[in-house]
Design a protein around this ligand. Structure first.
Ligand code: ADP
Ligand code: MG
Length: 400
């Protein structure tokens, strides 16, 4: 396996696979977690988002089987699961097998599923923390299994298939952001993604003496159940009310502040607040992309703060622990801005901070969050990494 050089995580997972299954993998694929810099809860409202892919990623190693059996192991979530390729049921096995089985069903619809496989998942993306471990799993699984079946997918096809797997088989009514950034990201750049036209631009992320720090609150959400779906529903309800005022509007993306002001009195204060968040947040994404391309990090930091206030007060997806982390960060000299990132109800905060102040940030969080019994919080300095790819295949041809 000469092609393994240069990917130590790939090497480790290949070894684990061999130990587990008694034969070597044929392919290893990697897909990144992601953090959304700004543009929260706007992807399903046809809005704009600005995520980066992370170096933290999920690796999937796989080899084909000819007997119609699928065997999958997640090193993170334990026990091996086995099912027949022709008889997978959503209720059988662990909840996470839905992501893997869903991908195989969609690949089969496109004529590119292996007949059976052994598959092993390893990941350093926190699960359920808002860094999209789910999209990383779907993308890496899709790449690996498509490869076994000899199917080559263009990045956008990869993103669409992974997105469909999450919606149809994991039952999460998510927008396209996570799968698109995982499939399309470039190192050193954020992805400015227009979720309406499904087109994108790259915005160079030049942080000159600053760090982007992701702080995992340790508090976990359950996206599929409840709150996320309720917010989507509220956005739809607000849109319906706005359409009574302006019938041309097709999504909250198309709502101006003036239209919103005119329609606000026709809805409950809560619905008006949800719409206000979406309309304002899309504007903030535009401003943030412009600020980043001009190197105006102070302005970018202010927009992070404004986004958090809106998520907390208008969209109401923050929690006391997340607000506490944002407030602690805000009190540390050298912090330019902080906000909740991801769907909310726990998860992570991102902080833009002068590099020389990262340790003060860490100390403040340890002192005021962990010692107050809220943590432990985990800090990670993150960089904009590249898209999902095949790390190696059995020919030893390492992918670029
Ligand atoms: P997030 O995408 O923010 O991490 P989600 O709730 O969308 O949170 O997805 C988390 C789910 O994805 C897990 O509950 C599990 O089913 C699946 N998953 C993610 N990473 C892994 C992994 N390494 N192994 C097995 N399942 C995983
Ligand atoms: Mg997810």
């Amino acid at each position: 396996m000469g092609g393994l050089s240069g990917s130590s995580q790939g090497e480790v997972i290949a070894r684990r696979f061999t130990e587990r299954f008694g034969h070597a993998p044929v392919v290893v694929a990697r897909a990144p977690g992601r953090v959304n810099l700004i543009g929260e809860h706007v992807d399903y409202n046809d809005g704009l988002v600005l995520p980066i892919a992370l170096e933290q990623s999920t690796h999937v190693a796989a080899a084909p089987r000819s007997d119609g059996v699928a065997r999958a192991v997640s090193l993170k979530l334990g026990r091996e699961h086995t099912w027949s390729m022709s008889q997978w049921e959503p209720t059988s096995g662990a909840e996470w097998t839905a992501y893997v089985a869903g991908v195989t069903l969609l690949l089969a619809e496109r004529g590119g599923a292996p007949r059976g496989f052994d598959l092993l998942i390893d990941s350093d993306v926190p699960v359920g923390g808002g860094l999209s471990s789910s999209a990383a799993l779907e993308l890496a699984t899709t790449l690996a299994l498509a490869h076994l079946a000899g199917l080559r997918l263009a990045p956008v096809e990869l993103a669409r298939l992974a997105h469909e797997a999450e919606r149809r088989y994991a039952g999460v009514p998510c927008g396209i952001m996570d799968q698109y950034v995982g499939a399309l990201a470039r190192p050193g750049a954020a992805l400015l993604l227009d979720c309406r036209s499904q087109t994108w631009d790259y915005v160079p992320l030049e942080l000159a003496e600053h760090d982007l720090v992701v702080v995992d609150s340790g508090i976990r959400h359950a996206l599929a159940s409840g709150d996320y779906a309720r917010r989507r529903e509220e956005c739809r309800a607000a849109l319906t009310m706005i359409q009574q005022v302006d019938a041309r509007v097709r999504s909250l993306r198309e709502v101006t502040s003036q239209t919103l002001a005119a329609a606000a009195s026709t809805m409950t204060p809560a619905l008006a607040a949800r719409a206000r968040h979406v309309v304002g947040e899309i504007e903030r994404v535009r401003s943030a992309a412009a600020a980043l391309s001009r190197g105006e990090l102070r302005r970018f930091g202010e927009l992070l703060g404004a986004s958090h206030a809106s998520l907390r007060d208008d969209f109401m997806v923050s929690t006391p622990e997340i607000d506490r982390l944002v407030d602690i960060a805000g009190s540390v000299p050298g912090v330019l801005g902080a906000r909740l990132t991801g769907g909310g109800f726990g998860g992570c905060v991102i902080v833009l901070v002068e590099s020389s102040r990262v340790e003060s940030l860490r100390a403040a969080i340890c002192d005021q969050y962990d010692r107050a019994g809220l943590g432990p919080a985990r800090l990670m300095s993150v960089r904009a990494a590249g898209a999902a790819s095949i790390v190696f295949d059995v020919q030893g041809t390492e992918a670029a």
